[in-house]
Write a protein that binds this ligand. Structure first.
Ligand code: SF4
Ligand code: SF4
Length: 424
C-alpha cells in the first residue's frame, strides 16, 4: 500500500507545530475518542511514526458547510490538519486545479494509493433522473462516488446530507437524494452526521485508525460510538436546571438570561445522540446550547423530517396516545415521582412517629423501674427498725442496719428524681 513519504509528525513539525502542541493535540484526541488520558502517549507515539493518510474529498448536493467546518479547524489548525495529519489529494473547493486537470489529479491519486486512501463524501447524492441533478466532470455524482469509494480503505460520510440525504432528501425531495450508504454500501462506511460535521470527530476517527490500525466501533447506523454513543442531554451543562424544573419559557426571558434549560423552547437534547457538549465547536470554545440555542437534533436520522419543528417539543412516541406531548409525559412522570415521594415521606413519618412513641415508652419503663426498685428498700429498711425496736436496743440494732443502708442511701433517688418519670 502506497503512502506519502514523510511521517505525520515530521509534516506537523515542518508546519511549525511545537512538541508541546503535538502532545496537547494527542491528549485532546484521547479525550475526544473517550479514551483515558493514559492513552495519550500511545497516540503520540503512533502519530510520530505514522505516514500521512491520503484523502480524496468529494462534494455533492450540499451547502458546503462541512468544508467550512474543515477550514475552521483550530486544534490542529486547518493547515496542520491538511498538510500534516492528512495528505489531501483531491478537494474541488480547495485545490488549485480545475476542470480536466482536477479530474486527472483524482484518478492519479486513486491509482497511486489504491486501497490505501480514505474517501470522504460531503453532501447528498441525487438519484432521480439518473442522478443528473449533480454532476462532476460531466458524470453523475453518484457514479463518481461509487468509483472513488470502490478503491478506498474506508469511506467517511461527513455531515447529515451525506449520512442519509439530509436537507435535499427531506420529505422525499425532487432529486430523490440519498446518503452515501445507499450508493456505496455499509462496508467500510463511517457516518459522521451533523449540520455541519464536528471536525474534531473527523480528526479523531482518522487518529483512531492511525493509532490502532482500525476504525472506531460504530452503532447500527455506522456512527462511531465515541461521538454518537451518548445522549446529548446527559452531557449538557444545563441538565441541572432541567432536573430542578428551571426552564426558559421565551427567548430572552429571565430563565434564558440565567442559562436555564431550553427544553420548553424546543431543545431536542433529550432525543439526540451526539458529543457536542464535550467535543465543542470553534476551537472547543462553545456549542449550540452553551451559546443559548436549543439543539435541533441534526445528528439524528432524517432530522429535517423527524426532529422538527425546531422550536417545538416533539410529540410523544406513544402510539395509543398520540395527542400526549413529551411535556405532558414529563409532567406526569414528575407528578408520579412527586406523589410517590409524598407517600413515601408520609409512611416514613408515621413509622418514625410510632418508633418515637414506642421508644419513649420503652425509655420510661427502663428509667422508672430501677428508680422504684432502689427506692423501696431505701425508704423501708432503715425506717422499720428505727420505729419497731425499743429505745434501749435501738443503738445496737441501728449499727448493723446503717452498714447496708449506707450505699443504698447514697444512690437513693432524690424526691425530684422520683418525680421526673411520673411527669414525663
Ligand atoms: S438545554 Fe436541552 S440538552 Fe440541555 S438539559 Fe435542557 S433539554 Fe437537555
Ligand atoms: S447541538 Fe444538536 S443541532 Fe447542534 S450540532 Fe449538536 S446535535 Fe446538531
Amino acid at each position: 500500500m502506497n503512502r506519502p513519504d514523510d511521517s505525520l509528525y515530521d509534516a506537523l513539525v515542518r508546519r511549525g507545530m511545537s512538541r508541546r502542541a503535538f502532545l496537547r493535540f494527542s491528549a485532546l484526541m484521547a479525550a475526544t475518542l473517550a479514551l483515558p488520558a493514559t492513552y495519550s502517549p500511545q497516540i503520540a507515539a503512533a502519530l510520530e511514526s505514522a505516514p500521512r493518510l491520503p484523502l480524496i474529498w468529494l462534494r455533492g448536493q450540499a451547502c458546503g458547510g462541512n468544508t467550512e467546518a474543515l477550514l475552521a479547524a483550530t486544534v490542529p489548525t486547518t493547515a496542520e490538519l491538511l498538510l500534516g495529519l492528512l495528505s489531501l489529494e483531491y478537494h474541488e473547493s480547495l485545490m488549485t486545479s480545475s476542470g480536466n486537470a482536477a479530474v486527472l489529479a483524482r484518478t492519479a491519486a486513486m491509482e497511486r494509493y489504491r486501497d490505501g486512501y480514505v474517501a470522504v463524501v460531503e453532501g447528498a447524492i441525487p438519484t432521480a433522473d439518473d442522478g443528473m441533478a449533480c454532476t462532476v466532470g460531466g458524470r453523475a455524482f453518484r457514479d463518481v462516488v461509487q468509483e472513488v469509494c470502490d478503491g478506498a480503505i474506508a469511506i467517511i460520510a461527513v455531515g447529515s446530507c451525506a449520512f442519509d440525504g439530509g436537507a435535499p432528501g427531506a420529505n422525499g425531495g425532487p432529486t430523490k437524494a440519498v446518503g452515501v450508504g445507499q450508493v456505496a454500501g455499509d462496508a467500510r462506511l463511517f457516518n459522521l452526521p451533523g449540520c455541519p460535521v464536528n471536525v474534531e470527530n473527523l480528526t479523531a476517527t482518522i487518529v483512531n485508525y492511525l493509532t490502532f490500525n482500525e476504525f472506531p466501533v460504530t452503532d447500527s447506523k455506522r456512527r462511531p460510538l465515541f461521538a454518537y454513543g451518548g445522549l446529548l442531554h446527559n452531557q449538557c451543562e444545563r441538565r441541572g436546571h432541567f432536573e430542578f424544573g428551571e426552564f426558559a419559557l421565551a427567548w430572552g426571558d429571565e430563565g434564558a438570561q440565567k442559562g436555564w434549560c431550553l427544553y420548553k423552547l424546543g431543545c431536542k437534547g433529550p432525543e439526540t445522540f451526539a458529543n457536542c457538549p464535550t467535543a465543542l465547536y470553534g476551537g472547543r470554545a462553545s456549542w449550540a446550547v452553551k451559546a443559548g440555542h436549543g439543539c435541533i437534533g441534526c445528528t439524528m436520522p432524517s432530522f429535517w423530517d423527524a426532529m422538527g419543528p425546531a422550536y417545538q417539543r416533539l410529540p410523544a412516541p406513544i402510539p395509543f396516545a398520540p395527542n400526549i406531548s413529551s411535556d405532558e409525559i414529563g409532567l406526569a412522570l414528575v407528578g408520579g415521582v412527586a406523589a410517590a415521594t409524598v407517600v413515601h415521606g408520609a409512611a416514613t413519618y408515621a413509622r418514625e412517629l410510632r418508633n418515637r412513641v414506642v421508644g419513649h415508652r420503652r425509655r420510661e419503663v427502663v428509667f422508672v423501674e430501677p428508680a422504684i426498685t432502689i427506692a423501696e428498700p431505701a425508704i423501708a429498711e432503715p425506717a422499720e427498725p428505727a420505729i419497731a425496736e425499743p429505745a434501749e436496743t435501738a443503738i445496737v440494732v441501728a449499727e448493723p442496719v446503717a452498714t447496708p443502708a449506707g450505699p443504698v442511701v447514697e444512690s437513693a433517688p432524690q424526691p425530684e428524681d422520683l418525680a421526673a418519670p411520673e411527669e414525663s
